[in-house]
Design a protein around this ligand. Sequence first.
Ligand code: GDP
Ligand code: IMO
Ligand code: MG
Length: 433
Amino acid sequence: MSVVIVVGAQWGDEGKGKVVDLFTERAEMVVRYGGGANAGHTLVIEGVKLVTHLVPSGVCHPGKACVLGDGMVIDPHTLLDEIKDCQSRGLLMRNELLIGLGAHVILPYHKLLDGLREDHSAKRGKSIGTTRRGIGPAYEAKAARKGVRMRDLAKPERVRELVAANLDEMIPLIQYLGGETPSKSDISKWIDDALAAGDKLRPYTGDAGRYVDETIKAGKHVLFEGAQGCLLDLDHGTYPYVTSSSTIAAGACQSAGIGPTRVDAVVGITKAYATRVGEGPFPTEIPGEAGDRLRKAGGEFGATTGRPRRCGWLDLPALRMGVRLSGMTSLALTKLDVLGGLGEVSVCVAYKLDGKELDEPPTDPEDIARAEPVYRKFPGWDRLPSEAHDIADLPTSARAYVDTIQGMAGVPFCLVSVGPDRAETIRLSDPFA
Ligand code: GDP
Ligand code: IMO
Ligand code: MG
């Protein structure tokens, strides 16, 4: 029996979807543990692409249980669309899905508020650059103990009461932010639609915590799939430029209701370079044409919003922070192929701030923005062979890059990914072993 958590080591979009798909071969159950449809996880299997937002990325392995943890915030309409897409591909046909009854429901006013806040803050140059999927407002309602949960969708009266109480407080806020006051008919449509979606989702709902615990106790391999990345964590990330959930490995325990003593391994996923979507400090960001070239080579456009991702060099201080925050036992390095063809590759090995050298980012975001990256340059390499299955198949300079960053990150690599497809992978060790 092993419990393995997969977690993004940077600012999201590291390739978690691809790695979760690969690791699901060995697991009996995959549990998505945080966030909502702000996530976009891309799988490519024999050239066919599937993007998951809510459904765990283990979905392409029929018969494996896919669980949505209680710590998630779920847009029921997005989830229904996703289930439909999966079923049209012959997936999720055998009772594989279980949605935690404690997960919170995203309602249209959460999305409305998210967008209005972003627009309002943008006027003062203060936006977060959220995905506008209602994530922040839904987690706010949860923390305020006013949220609507999946279990409530079975009780129309309770939903009506909760929504009315929420809107009493929110309508003045919507008006303050310059939004249109929702009409009575808007509100009753929001409720009716949520209830109708709840009816369709009900066969998939249940006690996720018990199910996960029983599966672990039965000696099965269980995989937890993180969304976003460690540096977007609400408590430990680059606040306020973060998401509203616990994205670090601890979030898996919190979301699924299992104790930390259950966890055997934590695999962090890191790109061979760095990207960030939305606002916030990003010291290794590459401005101008060089950044554009990396974006184009890596196809760095958001899987959820289509926004161009900001691109930069690998940031080892930030990676070390992710390793520490999640207690990573190994790392999967992705997108090494994207750096092929560059004459030279840089890596930030430390930050310089006020004359001092730092091995991790400072805690204040203003200090992070002021910090100067200290770079180490590596000779580049040509295109990597996509059929590389062994580290020895890589050019010498790519191998030197991998060896050096492995040493400086402080944990071993369990996998090196050299292309988006499942097959384009060098496997080094099995996290379930
Ligand atoms: P996630 O949110 O962490 O699951 O990552 P995304 O799916 O949002 O973004 C990662 C993107 O990189 C996807 O389009 C993947 O198909 C792609 N990808 C994953 N690994 C590799 C790789 O090793 N090389 C290349 N070129 N693309 C990869
Ligand atoms: P995956 O799982 C990259 C970012 C947004 C924004 C901040 C807050 O695909 O790696 P939110 O909508 O969550 O309130 O936005 O967090 N963000 C992500 N960036 N990948 C993600 O998910 C993200 N989910 C949220 O861009 O900066
Ligand atoms: Mg993504």
